[in-house]
Design a protein around this ligand. Sequence first.
Ligand SMILES: Cc1ncc(COP(=O)(O)O)c(C=O)c1O
Length: 392
Amino acid sequence: MTFRAGWNFLMTPGPTNIPDRVLREMARPALEYAGPEFTELSKGVHNDLKKLFKTSAEVFIYAANGHGAWEAALSNTLSPGDLVLVPETGQFSSSWSLMAESLQINSLYMPGDWRTGVDPDEVEKALREDTQHKIKAVLMVHTDTATSVTSNVPAVRTAIDAAKHPALFMVDTIASLVNTEYHMDEWGVDVTISACQKGMMVAPGISFTAANDKARETGKISTMPRNYWNWQTRRGDIHYTWYCGTGPINSIFGLREALDMIFEETIEGACKRHQRLADAVRASVSVWGLGGKFELNALLKEQQANGVTTILIDDAINIEDLHVLCRDKFNVSLGYGLGKLNGKSFRIGHMGHVNEPMVLGTLGCIEAAFQMLGYDHGKGGVQAAIESLSIS
Ligand SMILES: Cc1ncc(COP(=O)(O)O)c(C=O)c1O
């Protein structure tokens, strides 16, 4: 392995930097899976996750990545042959829609431009046209990590209500939780999907669904084959069923510590921190764009994500050079462009356990790399970030 001094700045939008406190907890010896200590810990974590989602709905924890939670949400509520409406936001709406299709659920994929968020008027129109209520669920990605666009969840709820449509409303908060406001109950979301490896600062491996009464009732008549994901057989009297087997004990240790950290900062405090850091990153990008082709992908200020920034680049640039230089020379890991933005963008993750020096250091290294690689760019991006941080 190449020797690299200092800390790696893992500035990818997931997985993110894991705090030492969380790592230390995860390194504890496992406990009896059915013993009182783990059962108590597990109960506390399930309850406290409700505080993150701002819900009284039932929470389910899976030893799986975000794809697992997607599948859990679909397979618990829908049946083969059902129809879902999926507004296109970027790579993640696309992958979720494809997953639905692979489960024999038909997907009405509503085209988007990858630079702006879900258009609530289009959602309302599609639902009004569905006079026979064939659409069983609307699947929405809150922040699409590929595009760094955050869509307006309450506006989509209002659209569903305006159309007087009974479809379930499912929201993927994998990239938005803990960095962007989210209120599951107040916003009328039926199923929330999330995962631990981004804003929650835990090593990849566990994911979550929160499902309200309406979603769980619908699940009772769903004919989709399922076993591991099944909400109906989890959360029973026997704690072993909560995980459909042995729980991911060490991940739960890490999650407990991460939740404590989040509550110490407060969710509102964490959102404000992420907003400040995101503004600083965007200030740099604006300056880089004055002397070269660097541009924020997210077009509308109010939709620019707090946790990740996607930067469009000149097609002539071989972006791999930037990744390699930042990784090998500076020990800074950046996110690649995804899907149709692959090769046309790079991404800076600024979510989770991240602070001002990490952001300024990252921006400084990127600017140094631009210089070393001879990219045309406006100079003074870091100064712009400093100024942004000093006023917010
Ligand atoms: C918004 C969003 N949804 C879903 C996923 C898929 O999660 P995972 O890679 O953990 O399966 C990701 C991963 O980056 C994501 O950003």
